[in-house]
Design a binder for this molecule. Structure first.
Ligand code: GRF
Length: 202
């Protein structure tokens, strides 16, 4: 069985990338990480990729239109014969053409229980601040299919955790991140197997 060649797009630390790399080491895992692309040259995610022997590519978004930037990323994904894309802390919005091309073949992880606390501006600490301000007693993480609407695509898997009365955005973020690390590999595996018609070689 050939594994689904997965490209990861990120902008930061890449702890979710690391969780995916580690899960992909299992021989029976149906996907492999075949390239990592960052729009931030100093993103630690690029170092993680290099340490794992995975091609790591920096693509600056600066001075480029959304379309030009997305087309450049698409060229790299094509060069590495990528089947599937995982966004893991990628802080740019891609182009309409890109969404169409990767329709049903792109996942994202979001640090809240979508459809709540999603959409433009809901990233990083903003999410956890909003969850606490709303008085929620539970939060969690969601892996969803990426569509043109920000954080609006169908949810693949979610997992919950409590919001404690003494939580700050930082303590809540740390609890949610722990969940993300086991959720993303599980969601990728399930999605790949559930949609095996997309990958004729499985
Ligand atoms: C995660 O919280 C993820 O939900 C969000 O961006 C963060 C990325 O963290 N989309 P890391 O770079 O994987 O550590």
């Amino acid at each position: 069985m050939r594994k689904v060649r997965t490209g990861v797009l990120l902008s930061g630390s890449g702890s979710n990338l690391q969780a995916l790399i580690d899960a992909c080491r299992a021989p029976e895992f149906p996907a492999e990480i075949s390239c990592v692309i960052s729009n931030k040259e100093t993103a630690y995610g690029l170092t993680r990729a290099e340490q794992a022997g995975i091609p790591a590519v920096f693509v600056s978004h600066k001075g480029k239109s959304r379309e030009e930037f997305a087309a450049e990323i698409d060229d790299i994904l094509t060069r590495y014969t990528i089947d599937m894309v995982c966004l893991a802390g990628f802080m740019r919005i891609l182009s309409a053409d890109f969404f169409t091309k990767w329709d049903n073949r792109m996942l994202n992880i979001h640090p809240a229980l979508l459809p709540k606390f999603g959409g433009e501006g809901m990233y990083g600490h903003h999410v956890h601040e909003a969850v606490i301000a709303a008085g929620e007693t539970e939060s969690g993480a969601s892996v969803h299919v990426v569509t043109a609407g920000c954080d609006e695509g169908p949810v693949v898997l979610q997992e919950k955790c409590p919001v404690l009365p003494e939580d700050t955005p930082d303590t809540l973020a740390a609890r949610v991140l722990t969940i993300e690390h086991q959720l993303y590999p599980r969601a990728l595996q399930e999605y790949v197997l559930r949609n095996s018609f997309l990958w004729k070689f499985i």
